[in-house]
Design a protein around this ligand. Structure first.
Ligand code: ADP
Length: 232
C-alpha cells in the first residue's frame, strides 16, 4: 500500500511541473517572447517532445497505481451495446487516423449492435489501448479491421493490423510492465504500460486478452469477456 501511495503521490507531484514546462515551451514556440532562430526552435521542439513523453509516462503510471490500489478499484457492469463502445473508441481516434491516412473498418460479419453486461469505462480503456497500438504500429495509409462476435458465451473483440508486428522471441513478454519490443523501442514513442493495464482490466472482468503476430506482417489482438446477456 505504501508503495502504491508513493507512486501515486510522486506521479501527481511530477505532473504539475511538467505541465508548466509544456505550457511555457508552447508560449516560446508560438513566438510570445520574440522571434526564434531555426536552431532555438529546433531545440525547443525537442524539449516539448521529451516533455510530452514524460507526461504520457506519468499518466500511465497514475493509471497503474489507480488500478492497483484495489480498495478504490471497482467493476461496475451494466447492460451495454458493446458495438457502440467500440465505435466510440474509433471515433475518438479520428484526428490521428486522418493525419496518418489510416482507416479502421469493421469486418462485414460484425453485428450492428450487441448487448452485453460490461463496465463501459473499463471496456473503453481496454479497447482504446489495443486500437491506439494498432494505429501506432501500422504504416501510414494502412487499413485496420475490427470485429466482434459471440462464441461459447463469450463476446470476442478482435483488432487486425498490418503493421510492424512483434518479434517472435519477445512475444512472451508483451503484457509485462514497461515491456517495449526491440523492433520499435527506438522509433515509436510509448511507455510499455498500456497492455499491462488492459490485461489487468480484462482479467478483473473474468476475461482474456491474447494476440497472434508476425514481425513485418502485422498483429491481431483478441479480447474475450463473458457474455451475460440481458433482455434486449
Ligand atoms: P507501448 O506504450 O509501448 O505501446 P504497450 O503496453 O501498449 O506499450 O505495448 C507493449 C509493446 O507491445 C509495445 O511496445 C510493442 O512492442 C508491442 N505491441 C503492442 N501492440 C502492438 C501492435 N499492434 N503491433 C506491434 N507491436 C505491438
Amino acid at each position: 500500500k505504501l508503495r502504491a501511495d508513493f507512486v501515486s503521490m510522486a506521479s501527481h507531484q511530477l505532473r504539475t511541473p511538467l505541465t508548466g514546462v509544456k505550457w511555457f515551451a508552447e508560449l516560446l514556440l508560438r513566438g510570445k517572447a520574440g522571434k526564434l532562430s531555426i536552431k532555438q526552435k529546433d531545440y525547443l521542439e525537442q524539449i516539448s517532445i521529451s516533455n510530452e513523453k514524460m507526461i504520457e509516462l506519468i499518466e500511465d503510471m497514475l493509471s497503474v497505481s489507480r488500478i492497483e490500489s484495489s480498495e478504490r478499484f471497482k467493476i461496475e457492469s451494466k447492460l451495454e451495446n458493446v458495438v457502440e463502445i467500440f465505435r466510440q473508441v474509433i471515433k475518438d481516434q479520428t484526428a490521428i487516423l486522418n493525419i496518418r491516412n489510416i482507416s479502421i473498418e469493421n469486418d462485414r460479419n460484425c453485428p450492428k449492435s450487441l448487448l452485453a453486461n460490461v463496465d463501459k469505462n473499463k471496456l473503453y480503456l481496454i479497447l482504446q489501448n489495443v486500437i491506439e497500438n494498432a494505429v501506432k504500429y501500422s504504416k501510414n495509409g494502412d487499413k485496420i479491421i475490427f470485429n466482434i462476435h459471440v462464441a461459447d458465451d463469450q463476446v470476442i473483440f478482435s483488432v487486425i493490423d498490418h503493421g510492424v508486428g512483434i518479434p517472435k522471441y519477445q512475444q512472451g513478454k508483451v503484457f509485462d510492465r514497461f515491456f517495449r519490443a526491440d523492433n520499435i523501442s527506438s522509433t515509436h514513442p510509448g511507455t510499455g504500460l498500456g497492455l499491462y493495464i488492459a490485461k489487468f482490466l480484462v482479467e478483473k472482468q473474468n476475461g482474456k486478452i491474447w494476440f497472434v503476430s508476425t514481425e513485418g506482417k502485422g498483429s491481431t489482438f483478441y479480447i474475450s469477456l463473458p457474455l451475460v446477456k440481458g433482455k434486449s
